[in-house]
Design a protein around this ligand. Structure first.
Ligand code: SAH
Length: 211
């Protein structure tokens, strides 16, 4: 499978032209570790080291789709991993937007920084090392929040740091997980829509699972 095959497969799954264009531009093979590079464009999760995985391309595409990312949006991602998903979101929000991605494992955050620099996304994406269950207050509030690890429940700081009318995608659960679309209606008013069953690595932190 090469990138063209991946795009055709995503197109058949109903992914929009805008998200397909973004994914066409991002070289996924330059984000994943060399030993799994030959599988970079297969539609499946891949190991990225430290026991963590990068989501399958269709999951990245669907999360971008549900978030309805627009040019100029400021996005917070929790679980930066290798930086691939953040790069796809950077294509969608453009140079006038910003993506802040928080990663708790320093070695992965370092690799994500290198990958983003090499591929030219470091002007839009900022990588922060820390506990993403606390959000990232210095850049709050956010138009969109994308959580790439499964939480026991929606961390309160993420709800607070979302703009009114903002949207968040987040997997919730331990063994069986559901991907939710959270919409902020007012200061304390949230809509939670169940999207689908998913499998993500756990969100570990103060408002997540404990080690
Ligand atoms: N979006 C990533 C894949 C993320 S995998 C990519 O495109 O590569 C999920 C990541 O969440 C893992 O790297 C894991 O270390 C991280 N993680 C888990 N709990 C976290 C937390 N509390 N804060 C930040 N990152 C966290």
């Amino acid at each position: 499978m090469d990138k063209e095959d991946m795009i055709r497969l995503l197109e058949r799954r109903g992914i929009s032209k805008r998200v397909l264009e973004a994914m066409k531009k991002v070289p996924r093979h330059l984000f994943v570790p060399p030993d799994v590079r030959k599988f970079a464009y297969e539609d499946r999760p891949l190991p990225i080291g430290e026991g963590q995985t990068i989501s399958a391309p269709h999951m990245v595409a669907m999360m971008c789709e549900y978030l309805d990312l627009q040019k100029g949006h400021k996005v917070l991602e929790i679980g930066g991993g290798c930086g691939y998903h953040a790069a796809v979101m950077a294509e969608l929000v453009g140079k006038e937007g910003k993506v802040i991605t928080v990663e708790r494992i320093e070695s992965l955050a370092d690799r994500a920084k290198q990958n983003l620099k090499l591929t030219g996304y470091d002007d839009v994406v900022e990588v922060v090392v820390g506990d993403g269950t606390l959000g990232y207050p210095p850049e709050a509030p956010y138009d969109r929040i994308s959580v790439a690890c499964a939480a026991p429940s929606v961390p309160p700081p993420l709800k607070e740091q979302l703009k009114i009318k903002g949207k968040m995608v987040i997997p919730v659960g331990s063994h069986s997980q559901i991907l939710y679309l959270v919409k902020k209606k007012g200061e304390d008013g949230f809509d939670m829509e169940k999207l689908c069953e998913v499998v993500f690595v756990p969100l570990i932190g103060k408002h997540g699972f404990h080690m």
